[in-house]
Design a binder for this molecule. Sequence first.
Ligand code: ZN
Length: 552
Amino acid sequence: MRKFLLLAAVTSLTLLLGCGRSVIMETESEQYVQSELDKLAPVTLSVDMSSLSSQDSEVVKLLVEAAGQMDRIFLRQVYQKNIQIEKDLEKGNYEKYLELFKVMFGPWNRLDENHPFINAEPKPNGANFYPLDMSEAEFKEWVEAHPEEQQAFESNFTVIRRQNDGLTAIPYSQCYKEELDKAADLMRRAADLTRDESLAVFLRSRALSFETNDYYQSDMDWMDLNGDIEIVIGPYEVYEDNLFGYKAAFESFICLVDHKESDAFKELGSRMNELEQALPIPNSYKNFNRGAFSPIKVVDEIFTAGDTKAGVQTLAFNLPNDERVREAKGSKKVMLRNVMHAKFDKILLPISERVLRQDQVDRVSFDAYFRAILMHEVSHGLGPGRITIDGKETTVNRELKELYSTIEEAKADVLGIYTTQYLIDQGLLPRDLERTLYISNLGGMFRSIRFGLGEAHGGGVAIQLNYYMDKGAVGVDKDGRFFVNERRIKDAVRDLARELLVIEAKGDYREAKKLIDTFAVLRPPVQAALSNLKGIPIDIHPSYAVEKGMIN
Ligand code: ZN
């Protein structure tokens, strides 16, 4: 039997006196673990799947099972000891630790700068993609001495291991063969069952990728999915590899497509020139030569696994990452509506109730919030991109340098509201959306700046909030609660849109700096409102109805 000894006096770490071969040497206090779990609002994500055929309901179950294998692989990718730690947690009396471990896919708290809550080792930069004791220099020297191995070493789909006295690259297809074989088998069974031809093609070609370690063709096939089920399964993002950013982590999304909403976006794609024409800037600054409009799909999430499930929950994704596929077929943006709705209910509404004036709180609505997010995405495709300065061809990004992402995110936010208003005025969206749009947007701002202004989104939001306050379009009452001044807000949105767009059109670094220095700051009333948000969750902790056998 293991004993658990709490040393209250010793910093925050507790010491485990164990026997046997447990790899758990020490743990953070239970209090810490509990308070970290409390920051994540539990929520069950369920999707109405009554529109699916009985075959496709069965297909979903098979795919969920296949996705489960991505959980197993990602757990191994994060840390060499993860599987053993998980076993030890399951055997011992560690319920809460196990819960947090499952959220974080390892013993480090991803929401607290990777603070370890089991053992005291720092999170390895190279995760388990490289030998723990391999330095950056050793990798580079090896590749230099063995140029014929460079491609394999830098591949997104290999792990690096020690072999004899040197290093070797092992393909994922070999390293994770057991899990990938199981997943491939389930995917092929699903392909045989479904009547969605595009899905069957993708599942078979992705299953083959698991064996060949070549993902090109299945990424191409993924772009052609056109049925009710939208699935991502395989190795994608490289953020877990903090050493080189080479190695892709396994993940999965299984979603149900809302065709009506997605088709509405296709329609919007044909209006991009009209929206550009409607921008509040001189015609010479408008940009009618943007590339193709990439499709947006609105979906509800049935299940996720692996990388995407670790830590903060994803609201949208844009894939694939393979540039060859992007050139041939573009990319696909997928918006996870029920995840957004859950965060809205558990985080944005409670925040709004604390910071907004009582008579306007009731108007904060998910539909308006969601509309603004969708239009934010569309708005990244509006306004200047390639520009000419003093006869020289350049881009907004190149000219604004490190300020670009803050300006661009602010632009997308402001234009998201501006274009929504335009579509309302054109009779393409319901008029009563106006009542909810601005106040819902204001509530959302406090969610975004809660974690500071260091990141582009937070900074961009502070610009808007302070600008609107200076224009009298957003006010604060004597109790410190915020409200929208309906007589002024539309003009303020238009004016800020113009300022941001002109900065981009001119590639005006100095004006961008001035705007950011003036407005991307935390002023006292906002600071006071933010300090009033303690106890409101910072994210959600989803479980999936489909896992509990509650399909339909
Ligand atoms: Zn954006």
